[in-house]
Design a protein around this ligand. Structure first.
Ligand code: NAD
Length: 345
């Protein structure tokens, strides 16, 4: 079976998910939507993805032809031929879209800008793939929550309990954004605790976690500063924590002192050097020399490429919802191996 996938919202996340789907042999892109003719339409045309309008109104569809694009119809036309829709619209428009998907009888996946309460189910590959098998719809959690899950879930699985405090040092805007800030400030998020940490509990409720967040003037990555309290008798050392993470998919561990990669700028340069499309890094980056376990307290930093760590998770989520693969590690292996063919050296 080849799953027919629609992308609703061909922006930062949507265009990346489309290419990741396109790389797989068990799913195919049958169309992507744009709200109006814009430069993103050119990319879809170059890739050969059929273009649809996000809306069904005839005048909005006609605007594409007037701008020189072949538009195959409105969202309803696309949903009529899809098995599943990946909603990559900006956050908080999800409820209305969800009703459209349910009326069309297609499965749906939302992104982290939507609330768990709206989807009633969330997803990360390592935390709860099984729980998502054959579900009607889900939400791939945000880039920060995905990053936290990658390193905390294996720790929790080893220890059997975990208490975590973390600070999200957040990029202010994506590189393609021209209207966001701050550009000359450090802005604490005054909603305390922030939603990021507790959001991990939507995929792994047993992890006790709280977070605070600060926005800083950078566009390239988030950085997490994490303090985890392990239970008595955890049996780990700094070295075996690193070994545990090394055995997990989608985590890169490097020494800042040995490589010279001591900041997010160099992490992103590394991603570009190895030929990653858009300079993306799907993996979470952990600095080996920033990890220390003292007694029961584990300290570490990790960097998150916000535009891309959730991309392979969307592919695994499709396999879970469509009931194709129940073993998360097999899905991850298949996803990453297909993506690596377009992903440089
Ligand atoms: P974006 O603004 O880059 O792209 C959104 C796209 O959706 C645009 O093309 C827009 O025209 C289109 N759109 C607008 N209204 C729509 C509607 N009602 N229905 C369908 N499409 C509509 O946004 P993004 O950064 O790609 O974010 C998409 C989702 O992914 C959000 O939930 C966001 O929180 C989440 N997310 C973003 C990032 C990131 O770093 N950008 C990381 C992880 C998750």
């Amino acid at each position: 079976m080849v799953v027919k996938v629609a992308i609703n919202g061909y922006g930062t996340i949507g265009k990346r998910v489309a290419d990741a789907v396109d790389a797989q042999d068990d799913m195919t892109i049958i169309g992507v939507t744009k709200t109006r003719p814009s430069f993103g339409c050119d990319l879809a045309v170059r890739k050969g993805y059929p273009l649809y309008c996000t809306y069904d109104e005839p005048d909005k569809i006609a605007a594409f032809a007037a701008a020189g694009y072949t538009c195959h119809g409105g969202l309803s036309d696309l949903l009529a031929i899809a098995d599943i829709v990946i909603d990559c619209s900006p956050g908080k428009v999800g409820q209305d879209n969800k009703e459209l998907y349910q009326a069309a009888g297609v499965k749906w996946i939302f992104q982290g800008g939507e609330k768990h309460a709206m989807t009633e189910l969330s997803y990360t590959s390592s935390a709860n793939h099984q729980e998502n098998m054959n579900a009607e719809g889900t939400r791939v959690v945000s880039c920060n929550t995905t990053g936290l899950s990658r390193t905390l879930v294996p720790l929790y699985n080893h220890c059997g309990s975990l208490k975590v405090e973390c600070t999200m040092i957040r990029r202010a805007a994506d590189p393609g954004d021209s209207k966001k800030g701050p550009i000359n400030a450090i802005t604490p998020v005054l909603k305390v605790p922030s939603h990021h940490g507790p959001d991990v509990m939507t995929v792994r409720p047993e992890i006790e976690i709280n977070s605070m967040a600060v926005a800083v003037p950078t566009t390239i990555m988030h950085c997490h500063s994490i303090v985890a309290t392990l239970p008595d008798g955890h049996g780990l050392t700094t070295e075996t924590v690193l070994e545990l993470w090394s055995s997990q998919p989608r985590i890169i561990i490097m020494s800042g002192a040995e490589t010279g990669i001591t900041s997010t700028a160099e992490v992103m340069e590394f991603a570009r050097d190895i030929g990653r499309k858009w300079g993306d890094l799907h993996e979470i980056f952990v600095w080996k020399d920033g990890v220390k376990l003292t007694g029961n307290t584990l300290y570490y930093f990790q960097a998150i490429h916000q535009e891309s760590d959730v991309i392979p998770e969307n592919i695994d989520a499709i396999r879970a919802l469509m009931g194709i693969e129940s073993d998360w590690k097999k899905s991850v292996e298949k996803t990453d191996s297909a993506i690596s063919k377009y992903n440089g050296i």
